[in-house]
Structure formats: structure tokens, C-alpha cells
Design a protein. Structure first.
Length: 302
């Protein structure tokens, strides 16, 4: 068993709750931790191979890299992540999984092709197609979502075709691509967040919106309650993460009479509310999984 690791945490700020908790959990176990802001890295290709420099210093070899790549840093951050992958470190989550999950349409396409049920969804860019798109997802009301985004930002409920046309027209003018998605009335104001680590659901909560609101995201004013998922719900959440290539994932589901629908899969899920609601030490579970993954990688190489 690996007793001590060199761990790199890739994130924008140490002060983010999840980053702060992961760093603390790693240090409590005696691991050496280096926090790295990807925007302050130089990705270097030289005569002697590949290196990453941070604050003008070369980053020495590491055992484990934990990625916390936000939406605004996808392109640049992925270059940093790929460099560490090519340098031989165990990286969770890897760049391919991050790419699959960041684009909402891409993730839903991949999941649907693998037999995972998702809400009816249309992506269109032609004003003449909006009416047909609304019909395809079951008619109004519909959910409108930006192709990229997290924490419920930019998600809207449109209750008429005219509203859809107006909202989408405005967002197209801002160069935003928008998904038109089926509104699941039986799940109004609530959804499920399942936290997956290494092929297991380690915690789950039901998120409930404020009265007369439809978004249940905690950052949008919703509240959480601890729940125990059914075997089928756990299986779907684990499969969704696996299909997208994610070791760690926040899987958001809608409850329906026909079974759960995967709404979104987050490759850099926050867990402040989840830890408070469930009492689970998710940061510690991430480090434990990382140590196990590194041990397996070392055994394989030896």
C-alpha cells in the first residue's frame, strides 16, 4: 500500500470549498500536496521531453493529479491536464472525460447511444425550426439550457413558443448555443444528485427548489435532503460516469414513473452541500480512491 503520495490539485482557487477540503484531506493522510492554478502554468515541450512549469518552477514528478477544471478554463486547462497524462501521472478526471461532460449535448448524445435514458432534447440554430423543436420534446413548457454551464446558470423555463423564440433569439445574438429540453412535470422542482467515485455512489441527495421555482440547484436557492438510491438508480449513475470516462462525477437525475432520466453529468462536482446533508466525508473518499488507483497503476507497471 502506498503510504505517501505526491499529489497535484489543479483548480483556479485554493479557497473553493471542494479544493480546500481535498487539500486538507490529503495532508491529513500525510501526502505531499501542490496546488496548481492552470492559468499560471507553462506547458513545455523541449529536447528532453515534456514538462509543466508553475510560477516559473518546473513541477517535479507526481503520483496523482486531481483535476477541478471549471467551464471557463476548459481549453487551456485541458492542455495542462493532457501534459500530466502524457508525463505518466495518474490523473482523475482525465481530459477525455472532461471533454465528454462539459458539452451538454455531447454528453447526452454519448449516453443515449449507450442506452441511458435522457430527457428529449433538441439542438437547433435555425429560427424556422424552433416550432418543430418544441413539438419534438413534447410541447411547452420547455427547459432552455446553454450548451456549457454549471450550477443551473442560464437554465430557463419557457411556457410558450413565443417565449422560446424570444429567449433563444437573444442568446443566439450573444453567440450562445441553446438546448431545448423536455419539461418533466412529475419532477417539478426536484432532482437527484448522485456522487460517484471509482464506480460507486458514495453519497446522494434530493435537491428541492424554493416554492414556485423550478430549478433545484443548491446555488439557486434549493435545499437538499439525504436519500438512499435504489439499486437501479445507483447502476444508472455509475454507468453514466463510466460511459463518459469519469472517475469522479456528479450525476444529476430526474425521477419519473418510468425510471430515472439522466439530466447532466458534472466532471468537477462541488460537494459542500452534499457533505453537510449526508454527513459523508467525500474529500477523504476522493483521496482514498486516488491512493488505490495509484497503487494499482504502480503494480501494473512493476
Amino acid at each position: 500500500m502506498i503510504i505517501k503520495m505526491k499529489i497535484i490539485i489543479i483548480s483556479r482557487k485554493k479557497t473553493f470549498y471542494s479544493s480546500r477540503r481535498i487539500i486538507a484531506a490529503a495532508k491529513e493522510k500525510g501526502h505531499k500536496v501542490l496546488f496548481v492554478d492552470p492559468l499560471k502554468c507553462n506547458v513545455f515541450l523541449g529536447e528532453k521531453g515534456l514538462d509543466v512549469y508553475y510560477r516559473k518552477r518546473r513541477i517535479p514528478g507526481s503520483d496523482l493529479v486531481i483535476t477541478r477544471i471549471g467551464n471557463s478554463l476548459t481549453t487551456y486547462g485541458l492542455s495542462v491536464v493532457r501534459q500530466f497524462e502524457m508525463m505518466g501521472a495518474k490523473v482523475i478526471n482525465r481530459s477525455a472525460g472532461i471533454v465528454n461532460s462539459k458539452d451538454k449535448m455531447r454528453s447526452l448524445q454519448i449516453l443515449k447511444m449507450k442506452g441511458i435514458e435522457v430527457p428529449r432534447t433538441v439542438l437547433t440554430r435555425n429560427p424556422e425550426n424552433i416550432g418543430d423543436a418544441v413539438k419534438m420534446v413534447g410541447g411547452v413548457p420547455v427547459i432552455l439550457k446553454p450548451l456549457y454551464g454549471a450550477q443551473g446558470l442560464g437554465v430557463m423555463l419557457a411556457e410558450s413558443v413565443e417565449s422560446v423564440e424570444s429567449i433563444i433569439g437573444t442568446l443566439w445574438g450573444l453567440e450562445q448555443n441553446i438546448l431545448i429540453q423536455q419539461y418533466i412535470s412529475e419532477s417539478k422542482g426536484k432532482d437527484i444528485r448522485a456522487f460517484v467515485i471509482g464506480g460507486k455512489v458514495v453519497a446522494a441527495m434530493r435537491r428541492i427548489a424554493e416554492p414556485d421555482k423550478f430549478r433545484a440547484n443548491i446555488h439557486r436557492g434549493g435545499r437538499g435532503e439525504k436519500i438512499e438510491l435504489s439499486i437501479s438508480e445507483k447502476k444508472i449513475a455509475v454507468n453514466a460516469a463510466k460511459i463518459l470516462g469519469l472517475d469522479i462525477a456528479g450525476v444529476d437525475m430526474l425521477e419519473t414513473s418510468k425510471g430515472p432520466l439522466i439530466m447532466e453529468v458534472n466532471s468537477s462536482p462541488g460537494f459542500e452541500a452534499l457533505e453537510k446533508v449526508t454527513g459523508e466525508d467525500i474529500a477523504d473518499k476522493i483521496i482514498e480512491y486516488g491512493a488505490s488507483a495509484v497503487e494499482k497503476l504502480h503494480n501494473k507497471r512493476n
